[in-house]
Design a protein around this ligand. Structure first.
Ligand SMILES: Nc1nc2c(c(=O)[nH]1)N[C@@H](CN(C=O)c1ccc(C(=O)N[C@@H](CCC(=O)O)C(=O)O)cc1)CN2
Length: 296
C-alpha cells in the first residue's frame, strides 16, 4: 500500500500522456481522429470553467473538441435536437452535457437522449444498467477516477471494507457498483444514516461525496484508512474564498493512511477519465481492441 497524500493532478497528467499516445495510434494506424462534443447550457461560472478545461485537455491529447453553447433560456427541445444531431455525427465519438441543467429541463430526459455508446459520462440508463449488472459499460468519470487512485494505493481491493458517504447517481451509486465488482464490502451511507461517525470508522476505504464542507472529522476515520474526498465546496474564510472538501483535511491527514486533497485530488481525475472514456467509445464503435493500461 502506498501511503500519504494522493496527488490527483500528477495522476491525471500521467493518464493524459497515455491518452495522447493512444489517440496518436488511432490516428496513425486507423486514420481516426477521436471527437468529443461538450454541450453547455447557460452561464454557470463553475460549469464554464469545467467545460473550458474539458475542451482544452481534449485538444491537448490530440482529439477533436466540439463545444456547443445554448443560452439558459433555450428550450429542452432545442437541446434534444442538438443531441440527435450529435448522435448522428460520425466525427463525434463522445457526447457530454454539462450538469447541472437549468431547472426547466429534465436531466433524465436529456441524458437518456444521448446514444448510449457515445455517453462518455456513463449516465445513460443503459450504461447504469450495464454497470449494475457487471456488464461492459461506459463508467461515470468521477467514480472511475476514484477507482484508479484506490488501485494505485492498494493494488488489490478484495475484502476491504468501503464506506461511501453520499448516494448520488453520478458518484455514490456507480462507485458502490465498482467497489462491489472489486470485491469490497460496501456500505452506502447518507443523511439518514444513524451514527454516521461509527459507520465511517469501520472503513478501510472512506469516500466522502456529500457536498458538505469538512463534514467528515479526523476522529471518524479508522487509522491507516484510505480517504477519497469527492467534495468541492467554495467557502468564505477570513474574507477570502477557498475550496475545501467534504473531509476536514487538517484533522484527517494525521489519521488516514492515504488521502486525496481538495483541490488537486479527485477533480483533475474526473476530466482525465472523460478522455479515457472518449477513447474507449471510439475503439468500441469500430470494434477495435480496447487500449490497455487506461482503465481501473
Ligand atoms: N456532465 C457532467 N457534469 C458534471 C460532472 C460530470 O462528471 N459530468 N461533474 C461535476 C463537475 N466537473 C466536471 O464536469 C468537475 C468538477 C471539478 C473538477 C476539478 O478539477 N476541480 C478542481 C478545482 C477546480 C476549481 O478551482 O474550481 C480540483 O478539484 O482540483 C473537474 C471537473 C458536476 N457536473
Amino acid at each position: 500500500m502506498r501511503r500519504g497524500i494522493i496527488d490527483g493532478k500528477a495522476a491525471a497528467a500521467q493518464i493524459r500522456r497515455r491518452a495522447a499516445e493512444i489517440a496518436a495510434r488511432l490516428r496513425d494506424d486507423h486514420g481516426v481522429v477521436c471527437g468529443l462534443a461538450v454541450v453547455l447550457v447557460g452561464e454557470d461560472p463553475a460549469s464554464r470553467v469545467y467545460v473550458r478545461n474539458k475542451s482544452s485537455q481534449t485538444r491537448e491529447v490530440g482529439m477533436n473538441s466540439f463545444e456547443h453553447r445554448l443560452s439558459a433560456d433555450a428550450s429542452e427541445d432545442e437541446l434534444l435536437a442538438l443531441i440527435a444531431k450529435l448522435n448522428r455525427d460520425a466525427a463525434v465519438d463522445g457526447i457530454l452535457v454539462q450538469l447541472p441543467l437549468p431547472p426547466h429541463m429534465s436531466s433524465d430526459r436529456v441524458i437518456n437522449a444521448i446514444a448510449p455508446h457515445k455517453d462518455v459520462d456513463g449516465f445513460h440508463i443503459s450504461n447504469v444498467g450495464l454497470l449494475g449488472t457487471g456488464q461492459r459499460a461506459l463508467v461515470p468519470c468521477t467514480p472511475l477516477g476514484c477507482m484508479m487512485m484506490l488501485k494505485e494505493v492498494h493494488g488489490d481491493l478484495s475484502g476491504l471494507e468501503a464506506v461511501i458517504v453520499g448516494r448520488s447517481n453520478i458518484v455514490g451509486k456507480p462507485l458502490a457498483q465498482l467497489l462491489i465488482a472489486a470485491n469490497c464490502t460496501v456500505t452506502v451511507a447518507h443523511s439518514r444514516t444513524r451514527d454516521l461517525p461509527s459507520v465511517c470508522r469501520r472503513a478501510d476505504i472512506l469516500v466522502a461525496a456529500v457536498g458538505r464542507p469538512e463534514m467528515i472529522r479526523g476522529d471518524w476515520i479508522k487509522p491507516g484508512a484510505s480517504v477519497i474526498d469527492v467534495g468541492i465546496n467554495r467557502v468564505e474564510r477570513d474574507g477570502k474564498f477557498r475550496l475545501v472538501g467534504d473531509v476536514d483535511f487538517g484533522e484527517a491527514t494525521s489519521v488516514a493512511g492515504a488521502i486525496t486533497p481538495v483541490p488537486g485530488g479527485v477533480g483533475p481525475m474526473t476530466i482525465a477519465c472523460l478522455l479515457v472514456n472518449t477513447l474507449t467509445a471510439a475503439h468500441r464503435a469500430r470494434n477495435l481492441p480496447e487500449p490497455v493500461g487506461l482503465t481501473a
